[in-house]
Design a protein around this ligand. Structure first.
Ligand SMILES: *Cc1c(COP(=O)(O)O)cnc(C)c1O
Length: 507
């Protein structure tokens, strides 16, 4: 089989070529052309070849037919859709090592492999980067992304709030994971679990669906004036309901505007107190927002600092590494202040062979007993590599460049007669102060606005996500790539936005 006969020099060439191809894509398009897509689709095998076509044929097929139809989402610095991040060179290198050695990170077996130690250390490095106290955040794990982290967070929260309610009732049936959700709710006289939040990410609502909490039981607790801000009175009213138990979920970085649900340590202290009083769990969805904890102390970044302040008071936190940390898909993380609750939910029951082999080292938990998968990719290594290579300072500088570019674009849009900066406000200064790394806007001309996303993306020079804001279409620029360059990127973005206006005659 020629798949096994690849010479060392050829292997080197393959990796080198891939690296160059990835760099080249960065200079090139953000989206493939229709022709490239059609060609790639037509090239796909429709049936399994009875005899394999061989390594070289597959290599040619992938590089020549399929890769040209990829988008530049992670590689091109002017791809501003969703929040995608990129891949730092250190992370790319480490990810290649991960695939080559194919380590399964599942059980902590200290005499068999170093991988669980690396994962555990990497979680500590992340805590340090995010200014979370290692002595308080006793549990954590890598996940496939913030969606999985939100599922783990709500699962831990569900277990916790049920146990609190069972203790109040004096019921010995106190675990949904052990007894079943229906049985435990019935036995403690609780009719439902609810999740209280403001503008939660869709994945949080999905998590509620997956966990039997129910998407309908995710309730809005926002103020009248601002759909993202938490109304403490509403929160209190919900927490006081006697036959419902609650998980409170903070949107630390709302996906349309990039803004934060809370505005100070004081906000979080009050929320924490209410949660404690009523046996509620406090979860933070900080997929990309949590990296706001990296900003410097300058007045320039004060609103972001305050938006992330106090999340250390939560019970659990979700984060994404494949977004602002710029490591490859897929990689998220989850942190929890309670040492044991995740293992109560995710324990592999009756599988003695999966226990850690060395009792002395049991402070490193086996990942398969605190997270969703039993077999897992060694996705901590790219995070480890990238954190070491760039350190806190380079990550901070990168974030500052992203924030400054977002603010320069917002300023330009705010001053432009053809565009409206969103959410609408009369104060340019306030708008810029509140801006993290996302820009939300629309064209003033309604016809142009309906076509704006398509027009911008058709240039293939930059890519924006379309969304709706206050009932009308809007575009969203999310700046998350490590290759961000304020001057170069501002020039490109404003050129593309000017040309969109010109092409519609609205300039
Ligand atoms: C991206 C995102 C998620 C989902 O993360 P995935 O990495 O796509 O699983 C959850 N919450 C927020 C706020 C996000 O931005």
């Amino acid at each position: 089989m020629d798949a096994t006969n690849i010479s060392a020099s050829e292997q080197e060439k393959i990796l080198g070529n891939l690296w160059k191809a990835a760099q080249g894509l960065g200079e090139g398009h953000v989206l493939p052309t229709v022709d490239q897509l059609n060609r790639a689709r037509a090239s796909l095998y429709n049936s399994l070849p009875e005899e394999g076509v061989g390594f070289h044929s597959v290599q040619r097929h992938i590089l020549d037919d399929i890769v040209p139809a990829f988008n530049g989402a992670s590689i091109n610095p002017n791809y501003y859709g969703f929040v995608t991040g990129g891949v730092t060179p250190a992370a790319l290198f480490a990810d290649a090592v991960v695939s080559a050695y194919d380590q399964n990170v599942q059980v902590h077996q200290q005499n068999h492999s170093i991988v669980t130690d690396v994962e555990f250390k990497t979680l500590d490095l992340l805590l340090e980067l995010l200014k979370l106290d290692l002595r308080l955040w006793l549990n954590g794990t890598f996940t496939t992304g913030a969606t999985a982290s939100n599922i783990i967070g709500l699962a831990c929260g569900r277990e916790f709030v049920i146990r609190k309610a069972a203790q109040r009732e004096g019921s010995p049936i106190e675990s949904a994971a052990a007894f079943g959700l229906h049985e435990v709710l019935q036995s403690i006289g609780v009719s439902s679990i609810q999740v209280l939040s403001t503008l939660p990410h869709s994945s949080l609502v999905k998590a509620a669906g997956v966990l039997g909490i129910g998407r309908m039981n995710v309730r809005d607790i926002s103020t009248k004036a601002n759909p993202l801000h938490i109304d403490l009175e509403k929160l209190q009213t919900e927490l006081c309901k006697s036959d419902v138990v609650s998980i409170v979920a903070i949107s630390c970085g709302e996906v349309n505007t990039g803004r934060f649900a809370s505005a100070s340590l004081d906000d979080l202290r009050k929320i924490r107190q209410l949660c404690d009083r009523h046996g509620a769990w406090l979860h933070v969805d900080g997929a990309f927002g949590i990296f706001g904890r990296l900003v410097g102390d300058d007045a320039e970044f004060m609103a972001i600092k305050e938006g992330c302040d106090g999340i250390e008071l939560a019970d659990s936190i979700s984060g994404d590494a494949h977004k602002l940390l710029n490591v490859p898909y897929d990689c998220g993380f989850f942190f929890c202040r309670h040492a044991c609750i995740a293992s109560e939910v995710f324990q592999n029951a009756n599988a003695a062979y999966l226990a850690s082999v060395d009792g002395r080292d049991s402070f490193i938990p086996s990942p398969l007993n605190i997270g969703i998968e039993d077999s897992r990719r060694f996705r901590a290594l790219p995070v480890y590599a990238s954190l070491l290579a760039y350190g806190e300072v380079e990550y901070r500088n990168m974030l500052h460049r992203q924030i400054r570019l977002a603010r320069m674009i917002y300023g330009w849009i705010f001053d432009h007669p053809g565009y409206t900066a969103l959410p609408e406000t009369t104060s340019r200064e306030e708008m810029l102060d509140l801006t993290y790394m996302i820009v939300l806007f629309r064209a003033k001309n309604g016809d142009l606005n309906r076509a704006l996303e398509a027009k911008i993306n058709a240039t293939s020079r930059m890519f924006v996500s379309g969304t709706t804001w206050a009932g009308a279409p809007a575009c969203r620029i999310a700046i998350s790539n490590w290759r961000v360059d304020e001057k170069r990127d501002l020039a490109l973005v404003t050129e593309v936005l000017e040309s969109a206006l010109r092409s519609s005659g609205s300039a």
